[in-house]
Structure formats: C-alpha cells, structure tokens
Design a protein around this ligand. Structure first.
Ligand code: TYD
Length: 201
C-alpha cells in the first residue's frame, strides 16, 4: 500500500503518521515513513532551499518536482518493490493545492510534472485531514514560508484539496479533525484502511 497524508498547516499529519506507524508495527505490517519535500538525501537538501529561500513560483514548482523525482526513485519505489507499505507525509496533491490552486500555476502543467516525477504511480489511498485554517495556523510554533503567507493563502490551499478530493472520490478520504483527538483520527484511518483492503481482496 502506498498511502499519502495531506492537509493544511497544523492539521496533525505528523502525529497521525506516528500513531499509525505504531499500530502497523503491532500488526506486523512492514512499512516506512517518509515525507515530501525530502525523504532521500538529495531531496532533503532541496527541501532546505525550498523552505528557506524566497523564489519565483515556477522555480518553487520545479524544485518540488525535482525533490519528488529523487525521493520517488530512491525511497518510495524501492520500498514498494520490497513489499513494504509507504506512509508519505505529503505528495503530488500538495503540489496541486499549493502551487496550483493557491499560487495560480495552471493545473494541467502541474499534473504533467507530477506524473513524470512520480513515474505515473498514484497513491492507493490519500487521507486529507481537514481543519479550519485559523485553528491550524494558531498551532504552528515555528512558521515556515508557507505558514507566514497567512489565512487567505491557506484557505485557497484547503479549497484546492477539497476540490481534488471531490474529483477523486475513490482515492481520497476526508477526515474532519477539528472535533477529534489524535486517537480518534487514527481509529478512523485504520477503519478506512481495513475497508479498502477488504474491497481490494
Ligand atoms: P513542512 O514543514 O513539512 O510542513 P507540514 O508539516 O505542514 O507538512 O513543510 C512543507 C511545506 O511545503 C508545506 O508548507 C507545504 C509545502 N509544499 C508545497 O507547497 N508543495 C508541495 O508539492 C509539497 C510536497 C509541499
């Protein structure tokens, strides 16, 4: 299984991934945790540049896709080939939401680059942790470049994710996290995974 996790800032992705990993370990499911941008040596170097430097939106897009090409070929594909599950913190949908819906780069161009960078592999399931952006931003302690863009930008990102989720109902699971504690979020994800696995058997 290739599972990706998406959301706006402060939605609790990292906590969820950690909790889910613990559950999978007890179930004996071999898996790796990885992230974008990053997840391989060169991609982590690219990450430092993206998150710290100001740049043209097009440069930003190309760097995310360059990091993805590295990460996919060196980390994701080999793990899947070994039969491991891959839990990935952000993937191609983040590029559509941030660089596309929020920054305004045409979506068809991003879809093409996403396909090239990820070798046409799309996730089996994508969880979108939906949270009002004001709540998420209030949680961010050390804001990065994107978090500093503020509420208007983050709302564009959120609307983008929700639109992608509407278009790709089979792959997406939207979880409204504002009323849930981390354990409840993890339970929902496990239930969704079990139901997906039953259907695909
Ligand atoms: P990070 O600190 O990992 O944020 P988070 O914990 O919210 O995932 O920084 C990653 C940032 O990069 C995040 O603000 C979203 C952004 N991003 C894009 O704009 N495009 C992309 O394709 C990806 C993968 C991330």
């Amino acid at each position: 299984m290739f599972i990706t996790f998406e959301g706006t800032e402060g939605c609790g992705k990292s906590t969820l991934i950690r909790n889910l990993s613990t559950r999978l370990q007890t179930l004996g499911v071999a898996h790796i945790i990885t992230r974008e941008p990053g997840g391989s040596r060169t991609a982590e170097e690219i990450r430092k540049i993206i998150l710290n430097e100001e740049m043209d939106p097009l440069t930003e897009l190309f760097l995310y896709e360059a990091a993805r090409a590295e990460h996919f070929r060196n980390t994701v594909a080999p793990a899947l080939k070994q039969g491991k599950w891959v839990l990935c913190d952000r993937f191609t949908d983040s590029t559509l939401a941030y660089q596309g819906y929020a920054r305004g780069i045409p979506l068809p161009m991003i879809r093409t680059l996403n396909r090239i960078a990820s070798n046409r592999k799309s996730p089996d399931l994508t969880f979108f942790l939906d949270l009002p952006v004001e709540i998420g931003l209030a949680r961010a302690s050390d804001p990065n470049r994107f978090e500093r863009e503020g509420v208007v930008f983050q709302n564009k990102v959120r609307k983008g994710f929700l639109e992608i989720a509407r278009k790709e109902k089979k792959r997406f699971r939207v979880i409204r996290v504002s009323e849930l504690d981390p354990e409840q979020v993890c339970e929902k994800v496990i239930r969704a995974l079990k139901s997906h696995l039953r259907k695909s058997l």
